[in-house]
Design a protein. Structure first.
Length: 241
C-alpha cells in the first residue's frame, strides 16, 4: 500500500494552484501557518522551528511529504528532524537558503528580499502579480503560467502572516539539516527557475544522501503548472516506487 501523501504549499499563493496536482496524486494539504480560515487550516505560527514541529506532530509515521518553494524548506526540515514520520520526501523548487550567504551564492541577494518585503507591506495587491511574473521568467509558458497561478491563488492571508513567511526566507539556512535526511528524496525543479536557481537545486541534492534531482527544461518555478503531465508522471513514479 502506498503511504499517504501530504503537501505543503508555497508562500502567499496557498493551496489553490496545487489543488489539481494534489488531487491527482490522491494527497492532502498541510497548509502554511495562518492560511485558509477553515477548521482544517493551520493556525498562525510565527517561528519556523515551531511550524516544523507542528507539521511533524500531524504526520503519521512513514508518510510521503512534499513541498513547493517555502513549503519544500519546511518539508526538508521535518524530514531531517522527524525521520520516523517521513518515508519519502518530494521537494519542488526547493533550496536550503532563499538568500545568498557565505558559500551559498545561488540565491537572491538579501537586499533584494528586504526591498520586496517592504514593498509587500506597503502594497501587497500591486506586488503579488510582479512577484509571480518574476518567478516565471524564463519559462516557455511564462505568461500563461503566471495567469493560472494568480487566478487559482487562495485569498491572501493576513499581512503579519505573509511577513512571517518572508522573515523565514531571510533567516532560514537548512544546510546543516539537509545531510540528516534519511528518506529517499526526489527534487523536481525547473531548469530556468530564477527564484531557486538550478545551482541551488544541484547543491541541495548533493547535501541530501542519495537524493535525485530531475529538471524540467525551459521551465521556471512552477513545473506542476508549466508541465503538468510530465510533473505528475515523475511524481507518481517516485511516490509509487
Amino acid at each position: 500500500m502506498t503511504a499517504p501523501l501530504f503537501f505543503i504549499p508555497g508562500w502567499c499563493l496557498g493551496r489553490g494552484p496545487l489543488q489539481s496536482t494534489v488531487d491527482a496524486l490522491n494527497g492532502q494539504f498541510l497548509d502554511l501557518p495562518g492560511y485558509r480560515n477553515t477548521a482544517d487550516g493551520t493556525p498562525p505560527i510565527d517561528d519556523f522551528a515551531a511550524a516544523v514541529a507542528h507539521y511533524a506532530e500531524r504526520l503519521p509515521p512513514g508518510a510521503t511529504l512534499a513541498g513547493w518553494s517555502i513549503g519544500a524548506q519546511l518539508a526538508l526540515a521535518v524530514a531531517a528532524q522527524a525521520p520516523a514520520k517521513v518515508g519519502k520526501l518530494l521537494l519542488v523548487a526547493g533550496t536550503t537558503s532563499f538568500v545568498q550567504r557565505d558559500g551559498w551564492p545561488q540565491a537572491m541577494p538579501p537586499v533584494a528580499l528586504a526591498e520586496f518585503t517592504a514593498a509587500m507591506a506597503a502594497d501587497a495587491e500591486a506586488m503579488l502579480p510582479r512577484f509571480v511574473g518574476g518567478f516565471n521568467r524564463g519559462d516557455v509558458r511564462a505568461k500563461e503560467v503566471t495567469r493560472i497561478l494568480l487566478d487559482q491563488a487562495d485569498p491572501r492571508p493576513a499581512s503579519e502572516v505573509l511577513q512571517s513567511g518572508l522573515r523565514w526566507l531571510a533567516e532560514v539556512d537548512l544546510r546543516p539539516l539537509a545531510p540528516q535526511v534519511q528518506a529517499p528524496t526526489l527534487l523536481l525543479h525547473g531548469a530556468a527557475d530564477p527564484l531557486m536557481p538550478q545551482g541551488a537545486a544541484e547543491a541541495l541534492a548533493a547535501l541530501i544522501p542519495g537524493a535525485r534531482l530531475e529538471l524540467f527544461a525551459e521551465c521556471a518555478h512552477a513545473p506542476f503548472i508549466s508541465r503538468p503531465d510530465e510533473f505528475l508522471a515523475r511524481a507518481r513514479a517516485f511516490i509509487d516506487a
